[in-house]
Structure formats: C-alpha cells, structure tokens
Design a protein around this ligand. Structure first.
Ligand code: SUG
Length: 450
C-alpha cells in the first residue's frame, strides 16, 4: 500500500506516430540535419519507444503513455492555402511545397519533453499540478503541436480541482518556449516543496550573450512567464542561461547537456553561463528548504561537448528507484563513443550519486535528435492525483501487448520522404489513431473524430 502523503515521479513517454520520418526540419539539431532524407522505420521507432516504457514500468517506475498527434496535419495545409478534398490537399502540397508537407507530417510530438512544462502541486500557489503546453515557436512543424497537446493533456489530467492546464504562451520569438526540455526540478522528496530550475537560451529584451550560428529556442521571458502562470515563488525558482557556444555546437535544448533529479544535477562543465554562480544559487535555495545539492560535472577533458551531442550522454533519464538508488538511462550511442563509454564505466569506481547505468536502443528517435529524456514528460503525482489520472494510459502487462499488436497492425516499416505524398498514409494514420483512442480511453481527441 502506498502512504497517503507520498508522491512519485511518473514519466509519460510519447508513442511514436505512424508518420515518423527524417525531413531535416530542425536547423541547430545536428542529428536531424545529418539524417535528412534517409529512410525511416516507423514500426521499429514505435517499438523501441514502447520497449523503453515497458522496461521502466517493470522496474517499478510509474510509466504513462501520451498518444501521437494527427499527422499529416491537414489543418496546417489548409491554413496555408491548399484546398479541395484531403487527397487533393496532400497532392498539391507535395507538388508545390514539399517542405510544408514535411512539416505537416512530422511525428515530432513523440518528444514529450517538449510537450509542456509541469510543476508539481507541492510547488504551486494553488496546490494544483500545473501544465503549460510549450508553444515550440522556433520550428513550424513543432509550433503546430500545442493545441492538440493541450487537448490530450486535458483528456488524461481531466480533474480541474487537481490539474491546471494553461494555454501555450503566445507563439512569437520573444516568448519561445520549449517546455520541460529546459526545466528541471530539485527536491528532497518528490512530494516536498522543491526548487524549479529554468534554463533559457537568450533574453529577448535583456542584455547578454547570444549564439551566433544556431537559434536559441527558449527565452528568459518565456521561462519567467511559465513560472508566473504556475504560481511558483521566487525563493524556489532559479533561472540560468545556457552557454551560447554550446548552442552553437548543437545543444538546442538544455536536456542535451544537463539532467537533474531530486538532489542531483548531472551536467557538462560548459552547460551554463556563470556555471558556479548557478550551482551556488541552486545550493542556497535548496539548503534553505533543508535539501542538499550535488552537481556532478563532467569535464571537457573527459567528454567533449561534441561527444555529448553525438552520444546524448546528458539526454539521459536520472531516475530514483523505489530502493533509493539512482539509475541513469542512456541511449546505446553512449556505448559506441569510446570516451563516453569510458566515463560511464568509471562511475562504478568513483563516488557519485549514479548507482547504475541502463542502456536502451532508441536508434530511430536518436537519428532525429531525440534520446531517452526527449521522449518523456515528467509529472510528479501524489496518491490522490495519481488516482485522478485516466488509468488507461499506465504502462503495464496488459497495455504493452495491446500496443505492440496495434503497432504491428498499423505501422509501416519503411517511410521515405517521397512517401509523405501518399494519400494512403493519412487514412492509415487516422485508422491507427482512432483505434488508439479506444485502447487508451481518451474519447474523441482528434479533429477527424469530431
Ligand atoms: O525539436 N527533432 C526534435 C528533437 C527534439 C528533442 N527533444 C529534446 N531535446 N527534449 C527537435 O529538434 C526533427 C524532425 C525532422 O527533422 O524530421 C525534430 O523535430
């Protein structure tokens, strides 16, 4: 039996959608650009993600599923002027603006770390769990996610007495918001008040350095707005700027160079501007709550920023097991980079807060720049909140084979860029999603069902 006041961190992974493909849509994301136009395997991608969810559920973690969005987005294609029946819309877009068809077809909602920023009820003024869907204003294919994401979140976290689901911030560069990928929470226990750590790429109106080569997707103004909306107090928030030169090296979200959990921050030594001041502020604010803080910093001499970007060492999940041990969930690319592998092997003989490393094959997602941490949205829930969540989305021995068979029924094992012009893909995708809403008990969340 769970104790009444206890809270847990649940991870909600995005189920990879049937249109998963490599379109090179994300300038600044090295993997996305370098795999542009290669052939994707949506079935393998979905199964890789599903296996991660099941293994973590088997290890005793609370693991939820977030559904894909409806893609291709006929709504986007109509908004930009393509008309006629759905098949004509796709045919005309394929002919006249294949880049818009690619944006409309991306399965990018799989990276649920960008779905929203979430603040646990222990931190918020009104004692509810707050969600702000991210506007993802930096990239067209992602800027079309938040309306549908909000609808899905509302279907899963429906109890308004416990969950507050905000609208996304206005989608404009000054308020560019990329969600939980740039947000970490520290706390002694998940259910205790914590310190929320917001990392931004640049300030729109303030001074400060900016990257020169690649875009900074998150602004300080957006991070502050989310903290205000969630009713977080100033003594329990820290805002830090990402080093502009690591953004220019391909660190397009903070979760490509840092990950935190409870009292631990695991990061590269070049992650932040004024890094030691950042640690000091986190330590001071946490110690005021009676919470210790440890920064486990990886030096450039052991793992370069380039190694971090190609292996996704820091796009790992740092998870507290029920026995208190901390596990680091890494992609197999970490084993394939000799320096990163050596660093991970050395953890056993060093005194660090990481007790065990688990390796996962997420190759299909990784080729678009999405590692273990990109694929999950963390939601801290106490028992009553947990009971208020739509129970059909929890991964377990019953849901896994259902979803596995559903993938087998509906997914292709090959999707090349030219296949996005195939009108059958829309029909296949809708048939899959229609069935999924029944499996997950979501109701009619998709436009085509309304
Ligand atoms: O926004 N890739 C995603 C990857 C998101 C990773 N998320 C986190 N770091 N939390 C992005 O850049 C590529 C799609 C394409 O090129 O087809 C893409 O959108």
């Amino acid at each position: 039996m769970m104790q009444a006041s206890k809270a847990y961190e649940a991870n909600f992974d995005g189920l990879v959608g049937p249109t998963h493909n490599y379109a090179g849509l994300s300038f600044g994301n090295v993997a996305s650009r370098s795999n542009e136009k290669s052939v994707a395997n949506p079935k393998a991608a979905a199964k890789q993600g599903l296996r991660k969810m099941k293994r973590l559920a088997d290890l005793g973690f609370q693991q939820g599923v977030l559904p894909p969005l409806e893609r291709p987005s006929i709504r986007l294609l109509r908004d930009v002027g393509f008309s006629g029946d759905d098949a004509s819309v796709i045919a005309r877009a394929a002919r006249e603006a294949p880049e818009l068809l690619a944006a409309a077809s991306s399965a990018s909602a799989m990276w649920t770390a960008n779905a929203a920023t979430v603040s646990p009820s222990a931190d918020t003024e009104d004692g509810r769990v707050h969600f702000t869907p991210a506007n993802l204003a930096a990239k067209l294919h992602r800027a079309i996610e938040h309306g549908e994401t909000r609808r899905t979140l509302a279907a899963i976290f429906a109890d308004e007495a416990r969950f507050r689901i905000h609208h996304a911030l206005p989608g404009t560069p000054a308020l560019g918001d990329e969600g939980a990928a740039n947000h970490t929470r520290f706390a002694r226990e998940y259910g205790a008040k914590g310190v929320e750590f917001f990392v931004y790429g640049k300030s729109e109106y303030g001074q400060g350095p900016q990257p020169q080569r690649y875009p900074a997707r998150q602004t300080l103004e957006a991070s502050r707005a989310v903290a205000r909306l969630h009713g977080l107090s100033g003594d329990a928030t820290v805002f830090a700027q990402q080093s502009p030169d690591v953004i220019d090296a391909g660190v397009f979200h903070n979760d490509v160079i840092a990950v935190g959990n409870r009292t631990t921050l695991f990061c590269h030594e070049r992650a932040f501007v004024d890094q030691h001041k950042v640690y000091d502020e986190l330590r001071t604010k946490l110690e005021a709550q009676g919470t210790p803080f440890t920064a486990l910093e990886v030096p450039e001499s052991e793992v370069s920023v380039e190694d971090a970007v190609s292996s996704y060492l820091f796009n790992s999940q740092l998870l507290s097991a029920t026995d208190g041990r901390q596990l680091l969930i890494v992609p197999q690319e970490c084993r394939e980079n000799a320096r990163v592998a050596a660093y991970l092997d050395s953890l056993a003989s060093r005194k660090t807060p990481i007790d065990e490393v688990l390796v996962f094959d997420l190759r299909e997602s990784m080729k678009n720049g999405g590692g273990p941490a990109c694929l999950r949205l963390r939601v801290v829930l106490d028992d009553a909140e947990h009971a208020a969540v739509n129970s059909r989305v929890w991964m377990n021995d019953a849901l896994f084979p259902q979803l596995d068979a559903w993938i087998d029924r509906h997914y292709r094992d090959r999707l090349a860029p030219a296949d996005l012009a195939d009108p059958k893909l829309l029909a296949e995708s809708r048939a899959a999603l229609d069935e999924l809403t029944t499996i997950l008990g979501l109701g009619a969340v998709y436009d085509f069902q309304r």
